[in-house]
Structure formats: structure tokens, C-alpha cells
Design a protein around this ligand. Structure first.
Ligand code: HEC
Length: 150
């Protein structure tokens, strides 16, 4: 057994696994993006606010995810899909119209909190999406719009 566990065989095994992994593709079927239910439409977001949300949040928190080329490559694709799944599960701005008034209030406060504290967008996303690295001014703008009382 030991003599088979050399570097070359481990390398071959990894290549075989990587090739096999490509067969397990992620589901990229777009969800419902009816503007009547969209957060930015319903909350009448000004253009500059809407454009920040679309570039920095909508890939993971809406049904209009833009999948980059590397989303075709496993296992990166699985990891990316997991973020999209978890993000939309917790908060899907494309379903805003289906939320109750109190849920909307709560999700707005949470959004302001996560943006204000710099928790969103998540770190790895910002590596490949420099346009989603929000400046302090952009964060402040979002927070003020989300939470006008603060
Ligand atoms: C790369 C994917 C990604 C991007 C981009 C992203 N998020 Fe998230 N977001 C997540 C994931 C995953 C979670 C769930 C895990 C967690 O709470 O840390 C989350 C959680 C949240 C939550 C908490 C929701 C809850 O119910 O707990 C809020 C609020 C939020 N994000 C807002 C935003 C806003 C606003 C933006 C844009 C400025 C943004 N996110 C960008 C992936 C993302």
C-alpha cells in the first residue's frame, strides 16, 4: 500500500477527482425577478442607492445573480453557490413584496446594521468584485437611506 502513496499517484488521484467534480454542476436557474416584488422598486430607492445595492448585494440577496465564469469550475462553483443560497435564504430582496410590514422594517434595520459595521458584502466577494468594495461614503449613504432616524 505504502509504495502506491507517492506524490505522483496522489497528484493523479487529485486530477481524477477534479475532473469528476466537474460533472456536479450548480443550478443557475434564475428565480422570479418580478419588479413588483423588488425591494428597490417598492422602497423607491434613488438611482445611486439602487446601483450600489445591485452591484454589491444583489448577486447573493436577490434572484438576479450574475454568475462569473469561474462559477463553472468545481469546487469553486459549489462554494459560490453556497453563499448565494445562504444569502437569499436569509434575505431575498426580490421577494420584498411578500414580506410583512414588520419583516420589512426588521430587514431594513438589519441591512443598515450589516452595511454600517462593514460585514457586507462578505470578504471573498470583494476580492473578485472590486466594484463592491464600498467606500465609507457609500456605506453612510446606504445606512442613512435605510435608517433615516439614525
Ligand atoms: C457573496 C455573497 C454576498 C454578498 C455580495 C452580500 N451578502 Fe449579505 N449575506 C451573505 C450570506 C452568505 C449571509 C448569511 C450569513 C451571515 O449572516 O453571515 C448574508 C447575510 C446578510 C444579512 C443578514 C440577514 C439575516 O436575516 O440574518 C444581511 C442584512 C445582509 N447579508 C445584507 C447584505 C447587503 C446590504 C449587502 C450589500 C451591501 C450584502 N449583504 C452583500 C452573502 C452575501
Amino acid at each position: 500500500m505504502k509504495k502506491y502513496l507517492n506524490k505522483r499517484n496522489i497528484g493523479r488521484l487529485l486530477i481524477v477527482l477534479l475532473v469528476l467534480a466537474q460533472f456536479k454542476r450548480i443550478d443557475k436557474t434564475p428565480g422570479d425577478t418580478n419588479p413588483d416584488n423588488d425591494f428597490l422598486v417598492l422602497e423607491e430607492a434613488p438611482e445611486e442607492i439602487a446601483s450600489i445595492f445591485k452591484t454589491a448585494c444583489y448577486d447573493c440577496h436577490s434572484n438576479s445573480t450574475n454568475y462569473p465564469w469561474y462559477s463553472n469550475i468545481a469546487p469553486v462553483s459549489w462554494w459560490l453557490k453556497r453563499h448565494v443560497r445562504m444569502g437569499t435564504m436569509k434575505l431575498n430582496y426580490s421577494e420584498w413584496g411578500t414580506f410583512s410590514e414588520s419583516k420589512r422594517e426588521h430587514k431594513k434595520e438589519e441591512s443598515a446594521d450589516y452595511v454600517g459595521k462593514g460585514w457586507m458584502p462578505i470578504g471573498p466577494y470583494k476580492i473578485t468584485h472590486p466594484e463592491a468594495r464600498l467606500t465609507d461614503e457609500q456605506r453612510e449613504m446606504l445606512v442613512n437611506w435605510l435608517n433615516p432616524t439614525e
